[in-house]
Structure formats: C-alpha cells, structure tokens
Ligand binder design. Structure first.
Ligand code: PLP
Length: 411
C-alpha cells in the first residue's frame, strides 16, 4: 500500500474503494508484492539450484497457493489438509514437502499415498516408516541443531526444549535406524524458528548440517527452513537476503565440493513471502475516552488477527480515511469480550468514528489463525491481481456458523 496524493492505494486502486465494495473487516493482499518477494529470494540465490517451498500455513487461500505455483514456488505443508489444498491449487505432489509435527503414522501414510515428499521429525515415526516402506519411499529428516533463534520463544523451534526435529545429539541412533531399515534419506531439513535476523545464524545452522550430511550418501537437497525477518515498523532491522545469499551460497558450494555432488538448496518461507503483502482493514465503531486512554474500538478483534495478542506482535496501524489529520495517541482495541488490543499508545492521524483503519503486515498468520470466537463471522479476503481487486473468500454468515452444529431435541 502506498500513499499518493493523500490517497492510500494498492496497484493504483484506492483502498477506501476496496473497503466500500467488499465491506469490513477485510483482508487485502497485493499479488505484486508477493511476486516481488519470491523474485528477490530467487535472485539472492541465483547461483544455486534453489527451490522455494512456500510455507502454506502462513496464508492458505487456494488462490494464493495458485499464485505461488504460477510463479515457480513449491509448497511446504504441515497437515494432510494443507496438502489437499495444495493439490487443489494444482501443485504436483513431488513439489509438496510434508513437514508435520507429532502426527500419527496414519497421517504420514496418507502423505505417502498422496505422493508428497515426506519430512520426518522423530525417530519413532522414522522407525515405523522404515518398517513399512524400507527404501521404496524416499524421505527427508528434520534435524534440531539446538540453536536458540527467533523473535519470540513461542516461534523458536530449534532450541533444546523445543518439540521440533530430531536432536543432532541423537545422530548415532538416527543412523542406526536408517541403516537397519534401509531407509532412503534424500533430504536434510532444519527450521529453527521465525524472525531470525542474522545471516550468521543460518551459517551456524548450515555448518552443523554440513557436518552431519557426510553420513547421508543419497542426499538430493538440503532444506534450510525459514525464519527470514520482515520489517513490521519503520526502522526495523530485516534479514539481509543478499548478504545471506553470498555467505550461505559460498558455504554451500564448499560443502557440495566436499560432498562430491551439487545438491539443491531449499527454503520454506511463509512470512517473508506474504506478510507485507497483506493489509487488514477495519472500521472504527467507537472512540471511547477514559481518564487514562483514548480507545479506538474497531469492528474486529483477536478473532480475526491474533498476532498482537498471542505474540505481542507489533503491527503498524494507519488511518486510511484521514492521512493528513494531526497525529494523536490512541490505543486500538477490538470488539471481543477479552482484552484484545491491536496496538497500545499509537500515534495515528486523528481518528473519527466511521474511519477506515489499515493494519499492516497482515498477510502472514492473519486470516489463517482467524476463528469464530464470539460467534463472529470470519472476514472476506481480497487479492489485488493485475490491477483489479478479486474476491478470493466470501465473508461468512450465520449458515457457516451453524453448518456443522447438530441441534438435538431436548423433549
Ligand atoms: C511455519 C514454518 C515455516 C515458515 O516460517 P516463517 O517464519 O513464516 O517463514 C517454515 N517451515 C516450517 C517447517 C514451518 O513450520
């Protein structure tokens, strides 16, 4: 979204017009921004045989998945249901990496039957996999390097207390299981968390992986996961993708020389691809001034955008209706019967009842974490593509709330 002549626009379309046409609350995604992010990542690793597997859980709308596919990405899914969505979007099963955590062996088998690339994250399941498939179905293993990384403990997955991955300290056991069951391991995977800042964290992770990789002779790829940090507010430090491309690229080249073969380099970004492309639009219902605070109450809440409440995430909030008003300090809250605060003490251009607010960086883990709490409808989703606003999900209604409820007769 950009401000031009005092009007906020996406691909030339007035954001207010989008809200007028489709109503609020509303998720709006800019396809151009998604495509740019994808391209930037590819460019940064253009010296490598790089494969981008979009982490679908960030934003699972089928039209978004189709956009990713059209622009050359594969996809990383964490459940059989996400896999079905990816298949519906037209992905070849071979381009779908299945990275579930703590699922039953039944769900792993379901993944095999769908033809997905299976990523296994514990030794118990790996043993069952080996008993059943031996070397007839190749797989990838998810390792845990025990590096503390990520912006928030809830989104760090590589540390020693994390439930994710197979500990690198279990390597001898892991290798015995693989050898005795003749398991064909074609990929090594690590994902140490979201919001990792540093190229050096990736490098440290990579060195650990490279050290281990020598024990796996059949590798076709190494998957470095994700964790690319995006800017949530002006001045935020973000991952320097080009710096990472140079440093990791060089380390990977050296590794491949030692290994004896050029391998594919995989990444599975979610946030990096879709976060900044998304806006969440909400209308101001009421301005409520207490002795301490000027509250702005909007027609949404934690049911639609949970990140501020769940992760203390900062999302910039702008007043689309009054870009020239004087700036005042507000606390922006939702309408849910909980303390659901989108932002404390924010300087926003003067807010009036009826104004349209835009909450930025709402593309990732926005709609995909939305719920019907308080029996509210989940919002509609819009994709701005080729200069036109397309409805890609209808707003819910009472039928949706009641759809799976079964009313019994209490006579
Ligand atoms: C969530 C997840 C990602 C994406 O993380 P982002 O921080 O959104 O880029 C990648 N890989 C796996 C296995 C994940 O669970």
């Amino acid at each position: 979204m950009e401000l031009k002549n005092n009007v906020y626009k996406i691909q030339g379309i007035n954001v207010k017009d989008i809200a007028k046409e489709f109503g609020t609350p509303l998720y709006v995604y800019d396809a151009e921004k998604i495509i740019n992010q994808l391209q930037t990542l590819k460019n940064a690793f253009s010296n490598q045989n790089v494969k981008i597997k979009y982490a679908a859980k960030a934003l699972t709308n089928v039209s978004i998945l189709k956009l990713m596919k059209k622009h050359g990405a594969g996809v990383d899914v964490v459940s059989a249901q996400e896999a079905d969505l990816a298949l519906k979007a037209g992905f070849d099963p071979k381009d779908i990496l299945f990275t579930p955590n703590c699922v039953s062996f039944d769900e792993i088998q379901e993944g095999v039957e769908k033809g997905l690339v299976i990523n296994i994250d514990n030794i118990s399941i790996l043993e069952q996999f080996g008993h059943k498939y031996r070397d007839t179905v190749p797989c990838c293993v998810r390792l845990n390097p025990h590096i503390m990384a990520g912006g928030n403990t809830k989104i760090s997955t590589g540390h020693v207390d994390s439930k994710f991955g197979i500990s690198i300290y279990q390597l001898p056991h892991l290798l015995r299981v693989i050898k005795s069951n003749h398991i064909d391991v074609v990929g090594l995977h690590m994902h140490t968390g979201s919001d990792i800042l540093d190229a050096d964290v990736f490098l440290k992770m990579a060195e650990i992986l490279f050290g281990i990789a020598q024990d796996f002779p059949n590798l076709q790829f190494v998957d470095f996961g994700s964790g690319f940090k995006v800017g949530y507010k002006p001045g935020d430090i973000t991952t320097n993708i080009y710096d990472l491309g140079v440093k990791l690229g060089k380390a990977f080249d050296d590794f491949c020389n030692n290994y004896g073969r050029k391998l594919e380099m995989w990444f599975e970004p979610g946030k990096y691809l879709v976060s900044e492309a998304g806006l969440f639009l909400a209308k101001v219902n009421v301005i409520k001034t207490t002795p301490a605070t000027a509250f702005v109450g909007v027609d949404s809440g934690m049911n639609h955008l949970l990140r501020p409440m769940m992760y203390d995430a900062y999302h910039e909030i702008v007043n689309v209706s009054n870009p020239n008003g004087i700036q005042r300090v507000y606390t922006v809250v939702g309408y849910i019967c909980e303390t659901d605060t989108f932002g404390w003490d924010r300087k926003i251009h003067e807010v009036r009842e009826g104004d349209l607010l835009a909450i930025k960086n709402a593309g990732a883990y926005g709609f995909s974490m939305a719920s019907n709490y308080n029996s509210r409808y989940r919002p509609a989703e819009i994709l701005v593509y080729s200069g036109k606003a397309h409805l890609i999900r209808e707003r819910e209604n009472m039928e949706d709330i009641l759809r799976k409820q079964v009313e019994i007769d209490l006579e």
